[in-house]
Design a protein around this ligand. Structure first.
Ligand code: ZN
Length: 377
């Protein structure tokens, strides 16, 4: 192993309890014999921690204490009135849905502060060189949260806070988001900032409600001087490992090289996995390992190795945990995977039939070409 993965953790992230219902929908569902736990639950984060402690990659992982953010720190990317409203909703005594499937209750506000503060601790350590490759293993996730809107289990935009911290230090930042869903919140926060390149690789799911009006289409390019600095790579449903790696190699990497960031921020979701109930994008542990390798290589090439990763989705917790382990293997650069994928069997249609990915990537090139003339697209 050639690199160390620095993981940042805070116990208060476990205190957020979105309760039970029908998958992500809270409440009583009388047709069900047993209500289901909300998919974004504490057990998944504990499981993610366990694989990094107990799996073969553990020797390359260093653990760091996170911290609580201050309300002022959250206001770097959020409207203060919105933050007050979320804090009030978290006051209890019961659980409250602040939007359709984003549920809060007692314990949620400390978790929000811990997720944000731990992300900032990871960012500070990446920037000062003490933890160049820093993973904020946090919840609730963040990449859907907008300045004044909760969305998709997200309340405060953790990757956005990381990017804003680096921007405040005068740095150029690239955000790379491989959660299966469009990073609409991060897109919104930096839509007019030419010094933030936001790249999101996601399934073609479109807009999904009043708090998620962005479509994730390649035509959402940014505004003003920042036009072309928002790059949406939509992949057709059931994409597969080959499609993801082509999206990275053929679109994300050349755009990143052309942009030249000082810091890479990654929104790291595993809900693109072959076994995720929220995504169905057929990425396997092998695919995540290769994503990890590419991220580490790009960071070494472009940012002096500085990369901050925030935990986003991933909801079949056992398989998501194996995907996290594989990503970590790629990030630290193991020669051979030490852990076998116990579940992989879904064929990768994107490897045997590349035409669909060809078409998906052509749409992205067409949308962004005139803003990146150096790429010759
Ligand atoms: Zn997601």
């Amino acid at each position: 192993m050639t690199r160390v993965l620095h993981v940042f953790w805070h116990d208060a992230c476990l205190a957020h309890d979105p309760g039970t219902g029908l998958w992500e929908l809270p409440g009583q569902w009388p047709w069900l014999d047993e209500p289901e736990p909300h998919p974004e639950n504490a057990a998944r984060l504990r499981t993610f921690r366990a694989v990094l402690r107990r799996g073969p990659v553990a020797g390359a992982v260093r653990w760091h204490d996170g911290r609580m953010a201050s309300p002022d720190e959250l206001a770097a990317v959020h409207d203060p009135d919105y933050l007050s409203a979320v804090e009030r909703a978290c006051a209890g005594p019961g659980q409250v849905a602040v939007e359709q499937n984003t549920v809060v209750g007692p314990g949620s506000w400390p978790a929000v502060l811990a997720a944000a503060g731990t992300t900032l601790a990871a960012t500070e350590a990446a920037l000062d060189g003490t933890a160049p490759m820093a993973y904020a293993l946090v919840r609730p996730p963040g990449h859907h949260a907008q300045s004044a809107a909760a969305d998709g289990y997200c309340l405060v935009n953790n990757p956005g806070l990381a990017a804003a911290r680096a921007r405040a230090a005068g740095l150029r930042v690239a955000v790379l988001d491989w959660d299966v869903h469009h990073g609409n919140g991060t897109q919104e926060l930096f839509y007019a900032d030419p010094d933030v390149l936001a790249i999101s690789i996601h399934m073609r799911h479109g807009a999904w409600g009043p708090n998620h009006q962005q479509t994730g289409a390649p035509e959402e390019l940014g505004s003003g001087d920042a036009t072309g600095r928002n790059v949406n790579i939509e992949l057709s449903l059931g994409a597969g490992d080959a499609a993801y790696l082509r999206a990275l190699d053929e679109i994300a990497a050349p755009v990143l090289r052309e942009f030249g960031p000082d810091l890479l921020v990654c929104a790291s979701g595993f809900d693109g996995s072959a076994f995720d109930p929220n995504g169905r994008h057929n990425v396997t542990a092998d695919g995540y390992r290769e994503i990890g390798r590419r991220v580490a290589d790009l960071a070494e090439e472009l940012t002096g190795g500085r990369v901050v990763l925030t935990q986003e989705g991933g909801y079949l917790r056992g398989y998501s945990a194996f995907c996290l382990h594989a990503l970590a293997e790629g990030l630290v650069g193991v020669a051979e995977p030490a852990a076998e994928d116990p579940l992989a069997y879904v064929p990768d249609d994107s490897a045997s039939r590349p035409e669909r990915t060809d078409a998906d990537l052509a749409l992205v090139r067409k949308a962004v070409a005139s803003y990146w003339p150096g790429l010759g697209w």
